[in-house]
Design a protein. Structure first.
Ligand code: PGA
Length: 292
């Protein structure tokens, strides 16, 4: 072989953040050392992997191919390390987890249980919306993914592990808050606050109202559940949110759940991974905690 695992590791770090400086920080190396390693890898491979246009770095087609292979090879090595550690009676290693933004209200408590049981495992948690989680899934960037519906077309194994009902919320003094059996048309007369495009919560909300044949008036689009909650409390509109995101506000009387027919929307949390991928010891241990 013309190049080493270390070179692949360094290249992966540069390719991930498209920055020599950030890769150097992450790997505890100097920036020139990282730069030299990448240049040597390019010389050994015989084609440029990274190009600089203006101030930005871009991966060449060869760079993208090397990045994908480096990811697979290094994940396999990490998996092997964990298996060997397990044979010595220790579970140690790294768990890379990507979860949709809404799951950040659910996953940390489960991670608490997991980390207490497996103190030798470091966890890297990425929180982003559904669309971005699916991109990470397609690029095989993490060990496991947590979403509100399994990735449909990506060839996934998925296990359901908890309920995730979606509720329609309003300020407690809202005119609809005291009415029972509201129809979709009743609530659609009021302005709605929506998550950004690519959000799983938004997709589920749009599907529900589309199925009822009722168009929604979206007053504002906000990129986070927290921002939506604050805007609903401020009286800017109604919103559909995962019940887990509003537990505290409901308990303290800052928000009320509206009695909309067909709601709560019954949804679940799924943990998923690419079909055929061999789970690392850490990933399997986390799936076991989720489904226990
Ligand atoms: P979101 O996903 O955080 O992107 O809205 C939630 C879900 O998929 O249920």
């Amino acid at each position: 072989m013309r190049y080493s695992l270390r070179q692949l590791q360094i290249f992966r770090a540069v390719a991930q953040g498209l920055s020599y400086t950030r890769a150097a920080e992450a790997l505890n190396l100097t920036q020139p050392a990282v730069f030299t390693q990448v240049r040597q890898l390019e010389a050994q491979i015989g084609s440029p992997l990274i190009e600089r246009i203006g101030k930005r770095l871009y991966l060449t087609a060869a760079g993208e191919a090397v990045q994908a292979a480096a990811r697979t090879v290094l994940q396999e090595i990490e998996r092997l390390d964990m298996e060997l550690a397990e044979m010595r009676g220790m579970v140690r290693g790294r768990l890379r987890l990507a979860v949709v933004s809404t799951a950040k209200y659910d996953i940390p408590a489960r991670l608490g249980v997991f980390c207490a049981a497996h103190p030798g495992i470091d966890v890297a948690l990425t929180v982003t919306n559904r669309e971005a989680v699916l991109e990470r899934f397609a690029a095989n960037e993490d060990d496991l993914y947590v979403l509100g519906t399994p990735p449909e077309s990506l060839g996934a194994e998925a296990v359901r592990f908890a309920e995730n009902p979606l509720v329609l919320v309003a300020p407690p003094d809202h005119a609809l808050a005291r009415q029972a059996g509201l129809s979709a048309a009743d609530v659609a007369r009021w302005p709605f606050l929506m998550r950004e495009a690519g959000s799983g919560t938004r997709i589920a909300t749009e599907q529900f109202f589309a199925a009822q044949g009722v168009p929604l008036t979206v007053r504002m689009e906000l990129g986070a559940n927290e921002a939506i909650k604050q805007a609903v409390i401020a009286g800017l509109g109604l919103a559909v949110l995962s019940r887990g995101t509003v537990e505290l506000e409901l308990r303290h009387g800052l928000l009320a759940v509206l009695d909309l027919r067909g709601f709560p929307l019954r949804r679940h949390w799924y943990v998923a991974w690419p079909q055929g991928k061999r789970l690392s010891v850490a990933a399997q241990a986390f799936v076991d905690v989720l489904t226990a």
